[in-house]
Design a protein around this ligand. Structure first.
Ligand code: BDP
Length: 545
């Protein structure tokens, strides 16, 4: 399924491809041709469910005025086998009137939801169900009334069960605990609830424990809730992957997570097999992608981002497909059939995610992006509305080293995983470099498996990352004769923007962390011509309203 983060006024939360496809003020009378094209595109890759509105949900969608609009879209999508879902605002009974609060145990609230659900199903008999973000980032939820996530989900499940609808309840929650580790919060809330959710409830878990970073270890809830069907949530829109100016092919990211072994039920209990229901015998299964579509003529802003929409659909039905095969299918249908060009572009796509990781957050560094500009660096961010929205909370740089100690000596987030996974990531000597700083505070002088010290390897990644963007530009230039001129020029321009942004990441991060390592830039590289203060100023100006 796709999860649209579209708002009623046409903006899209973390959307980088124009405004919403849904023209709420014109619906239900005007049916835009793009609704039909969108449905065809989804159907072609097996996407059979869409949540129309943002998880930070407006209660408006549950009104009679909006239900007819939702029905109009459902009618368009039905012939393509696509069901419509809505994100709910948990406080709707109070916000829309009819109940004095939204306590899920209050009979008047329970009735309120039953009535709304009835209204929806009388308009849309095959309505899919509800998606809920509750008690997360300021959204209302059952905990406001001393109830649990399961109490909230089960109330909705009861209202929708007579129609065979489902409730998808998100596990993206993290209480603000200045002494805690955000990594562990969702697990703490949800693991104890395993076995208490109604049979038509899925719990939807983001691929990683923090928030759609360019690389995350798999979320520790996968494998930890055998009695609950867990849906995967990936983010197609490139919130932390360079918005619409960076070419990042996400299939390798999706696959890295899906193929991770949780060992929850012995070897081979991969995340994919948790999600497809085969490990714990669930027949209700789902994989959600936060949509990257919008009103831009090419749908996704960066044309190459269409490949992420495509790859998501393909992997949702067959997670054993290779990233290479999916890329090649997409290139041949979208860009060119010329064999040499196909291979060149495929290679560039396959390497693009690792390149992005290298020039932004190498070796397992995470969450050092700008507070408002998630496509740019702000590793010096020390203060925010919450400590776990800063950068220093995550990178923990000091004179000794870098990285978040999540071993038993630290937050022990590692303890949430099976012992086999702990063995894989728990020892800084053997922890794979891509995950190193996720779990360890490593000294700047520590010699890594690459043969270099942490500081030298870390700094080199930024420099090599920028060089790799130059390589991508060269590769793209080499296929010019095989590509439609307009598309060629557009992608070239975006690669140039990506290069400019990569230089910002490199200079900001090496200069900032150098203050702690107190070591020179490795001799083979040129010292940045800009100062740290200049980089801070660039980022500050970027973030002005
Ligand atoms: C974060 C986004 C925020 C979303 C939130 C979510 O920055 O805009 O509302 O995730 O998934 O990545 O609920």
């Amino acid at each position: 399924m796709l999860n649209h983060w579209d708002n009623p006024l046409g903006t899209i939360e973390r959307g980088y491809a124009g405004s919403s496809l849904w023209k709420w003020y014109e619906l239900p009378e005007v049916i835009d041709q793009r609704y039909i094209d969108y449905a065809r595109a989804n159907a072609s890759i097996g996407i059979n469910a869409v949540v129309l509105n943002n998880v930070n949900a407006s209660a408006r969608f549950l009104t009679k005025e909006y239900i007819v609009k939702v029905k109009a879209l459902a009618d368009v999508f039905r012939p393509y086998g696509i069901k419509v879902f809505l994100s709910l605002n948990f406080a709707a009974p109070k916000l829309l009137g009819g109940a004095k609060n939204s306590d899920p145990m209050a009979p008047e609230v329970r009735n309120w939801w039953k009535n709304v659900t009835k209204d929806i199903y009388s308009a849309i008999p095959d309505f899919g169900g509800y998606l809920v973000k509750a008690n997360s980032e300021g959204e209302p939820g059952p905990q406001d009334f001393g109830r649990t996530h399961a109490d909230g989900a089960n109330m909705l499940a009861e209202a929708i069960a007579p129609y065979k609808g489902i409730v998808i309840w998100r596990a993206f929650v993290y209480a603000a605990d200045p002494k805690g580790d955000r990594f562990k919060e969702a697990y703490k809330d949800f693991k104890p609830l395993d076995g208490t959710f109604a049979s038509n409830v899925l719990v939807q878990v983001k691929n990683g424990p923090i928030d759609f970073q360019s690389r995350e270890p798999f979320h520790p809830l996968f494998g930890a809730m055998p009695k609950t069907p867990l849906a995967m949530e990936f983010q197609l829109t490139q919130e932390y992957l360079g918005f619409s100016t960076n070419l990042v092919y996400e299939a390798p990211l999706f696959k890295e997570c899906l193929e991770s072994d949780t060992y929850s039920n012995g070897k081979g209990s991969t995340v994919a097999k948790i999600v497809d229901g085969s490990v714990d015998n669930h027949s209700l299964t789902a994989m959600a992608g936060v949509a990257n579509t919008g009103s831009d003529r090419n749908w996704t802003g960066h044309l190459m981002s269409q490949a992420n929409w495509y790859a998501f659909g393909r992997l949702a039905w067959n997670h054993s497909l290779s990233s290479e095969q999916i890329a090649s299918e997409w290139i041949k249908m979208t860009l060119t059939q010329e064999p040499k060009a196909v291979t060149t572009i495929q290679d560039l796509m396959i390497k693009s995610r690792e390149i992005y990781v290298d020039f932004t957050t190498p070796l397992g560094l995470h969450h050092v992006m700008g507070q408002n500009i998630h496509f740019g660096p702000e590793p010096w961010l020390e203060k925010s509305a919450r400590p776990d929205w800063t950068a220093i909370y995550y990178h923990r740089a000091d004179s000794v080293g870098l990285g978040f100690d999540r071993t038993a000596q630290g937050s022990n987030a590692l303890g949430l995983y099976s012992k086999e996974v702990q063995a894989l990531w728990g020892n800084p000597e053997t922890c794979p470099l891509p995950y190193l700083l996720w779990f360890h505070h490593v000294s700047w002088n520590k010699k890594l498996s690459s043969g270099k010290t942490l500081w030298n390897e870390f700094a080199s990644r930024y420099y090599e990352g920028v060089k790799s963007v130059e390589w991508m530009q060269k590769q793209w230039n080499s296929v010019q004769s095989s590509i439609d001129p307009q598309i060629f020029a557009d992608v070239s321009g975006r690669l140039a923007a990506q290069h400019r942004e990569a230089l910002n990441w490199r200079d900001a991060c090496v200069l900032y962390f150098q203050q702690y390592s107190k070591q020179p830039i490795p001799t083979q590289y040129q010292v940045p011509t800009r100062t740290l203060d200049e980089m801070k100023e660039i980022v500050r100006i970027y973030q002005l309203k």
